[in-house]
Design a protein around this ligand. Structure first.
Ligand code: DCC
Length: 207
């Protein structure tokens, strides 16, 4: 058996492994579609049994919502980059500022569960990626805020199953108003560009 090396991607463990497995179930359900119709009832019962098992581990919702106010937990479970959230693709946002100008950058390839027009990414998913990346850029620039307005230009349909580069950059601040831009592209082509107005809270968001 080969030994892991420095270049071997880390395998997720613990709740991240659980989220990755759930994500692969979602992917397989959509890819299999009606091709597994004969076994659908049996497989659904098995999945429901797993959901019931997980439910028995879950604390009361109010407690869990309280925990999620902690910054590190909200990052781990957020719906875009969160490795602990099966809903997240997840977008890999580990290269914060390779241009040295405050641009944050992430990579993601999206499969069939994210399809809108045939073979392409749903426009709402593009908006989700943009909103989040601009939020990350603002956080890194020290001006975190709530999205007040998000404007997207969809230049070309965003392809599924292709590595996409998602970027965002804080552009300017005017009092509590923060202007931020972003793009989704691949291979030097820009599919989506976005501009967001974010409002910093009157009292700072807690870290
Ligand atoms: C490393 C880190 C990782 C961090 C990673 C985390 C990333 C997550 C990022 C996700 C971000 C989200 O999705 S946030 C969730 C989606 N967004 C929301 O739910 C926001 C809902 N809306 C609100 O709560 C509110 O409307 C606010 C907070 C946006 C604004 O309320 P407010 O604080 O009372 O501000 P208000 O006085 O009304 O307005 C302040 C100024 O902004 C202007 N203004 C306000 N809204 C607008 C608007 N839509 N369009 C134009 N201008 C506006 C006002 O005219 C005013 O200008 P002037 O008179 O001063 O000139």
């Amino acid at each position: 058996m080969s030994q892991p090396t420095a270049t071997t991607p880390a395998q997720p463990a613990g709740t991240e492994a659980l989220a990755a497995a759930a994500r692969s179930v979602v992917d397989a359900v959509v890819r299999a579609g009606d091709h597994c119709a004969e076994r659908a009832a049996e497989l659904a019962a098995r999945l429901r049994a797993i959901a019931d098992e997980l439910d028995r581990c879950a604390p009361p919702l109010q407690d869990r919502l309280g925990e999620m106010r902690e910054f590190s937990r909200s990052v781990k479970y957020n719906p875009v980059t969160g490795p602990g959230n099966p809903f997240s693709p997840p977008l890999d946002c580990t290269d914060p500022d390779d241009a040295g100008d405050g641009t944050v950058r992430g990579a993601v390839a999206l499969g069939l569960p994210y399809q809108g027009p045939p073979g392409h990414v749903h426009g709402g998913i593009s908006a989700l990626l943009m909103d989040h990346m601009m939020g990350v850029a603002n956080g890194r620039a020290g001006v975190p805020g709530m999205t007040a307005r998000l404007t997207l230009d969809y230049h070309r349909p965003v392809p599924l199953y292709q590595e996409l580069t998602v970027t965002a950059r804080h552009r300017s601040s005017d009092g509590r108003k923060v202007l931020t831009t972003g793009t989704i592209g691949a291979g030097g082509e820009t599919y989506v560009s976005a501009e967001g107005l974010f409002i910093q809270p009157r009292t700072p968001l807690r870290e």
